[in-house]
Design a protein around this ligand. Structure first.
Ligand SMILES: [Zn+2]
Length: 223
């Protein structure tokens, strides 16, 4: 999960707590009355239910918080004695975090880019007359399912230390270029670097080097 830290995104384990809040997030910030039971009419079951849910969301988030944001660390220490203004502060932190998460997702989801034929692996493509090397992770399982991560490979790509996240318009350009000819881009990587773009094994066999892919991956993909 090294790549997540690059974004300062260290609250991965709290995603479920955050998502629980989503149905209660409106256009405006939370105010004290949202978490104050006396502000609701006791006959207003919808209102009371909302209050209970907000209260539980805030407490679940505080209890599970393992990040480094000072305010939240302080709130966790006070968990059993959180006042209404404190809970309001927690809910607004969560609200901001949800929106940050969504922005992060926007720049990493495959939704708007034609990547159906793109598989996870390493690719070489021409960008503005320069050959660039990229690692693409098309995630199909788990919490990040549907996301596509793009990283630039610098210095041979043998370890995650050599991978730099690619975001925004550059990411779209990279994915669209690869998407126009994934096979060509992956074989090019193998030919240039001497490593199979699918499984990252060294290509030692002469015909594999010429082709740019190992024999097993070549057969699996029908390339
Ligand atoms: Zn291979």
């Amino acid at each position: 999960m090294t790549s997540l830290n690059v974004y300062g995104y260290d609250k991965y384990d709290l995603t479920e707590n955050l998502e629980a809040l989503r149905p209660f997030v409106g256009a405006d910030k939370f105010v004290d009355a949202d978490i104050d039971p006396t502000a609701y009419d006791s006959n207003d079951l919808v209102g009371m239910n909302r209050w209970v849910n907000l209260f539980q969301c805030a407490h679940a988030y505080v209890t599970n918080y393992n990040g480094t944001f000072d305010y939240m660390v302080d709130m966790r220490k006070r968990d059993s004695s959180l006042t209404i203004p404190m809970l309001r502060g927690v809910l607004n932190c969560m609200r901001a975090e949800l929106s940050r998460m969504d922005k992060f997702k926007d720049t990493n989801s495959a939704d708007t880019i034609a990547t159906e034929d793109t598989i996870s692996g390493r690719y070489a493509i021409d960008l503005n007359g320069k050959l660039g090397f990229f690692k693409v992770d098309v995630v199909t399982e788990g919490k990040w399912a549907g996301w596509t991560f793009v990283k630039r490979i610098i210095g041979g790509g043998r370890g995650s230390d050599n991978l730099v996240p690619v975001k925004g318009s550059e990411r779209s350009t990279v994915l669209n270029t690869i998407g126009s000819d994934p096979q060509g881009a992956m074989l090019r990587y193998g030919q240039e670097i001497g490593i199979c773009g699918v499984c990252s094994r060294d290509l030692t066999d002469e015909s594999s080097r010429a082709k740019g892919i190992g024999p097993i991956c070549s057969e699996n993909l029908g390339w």
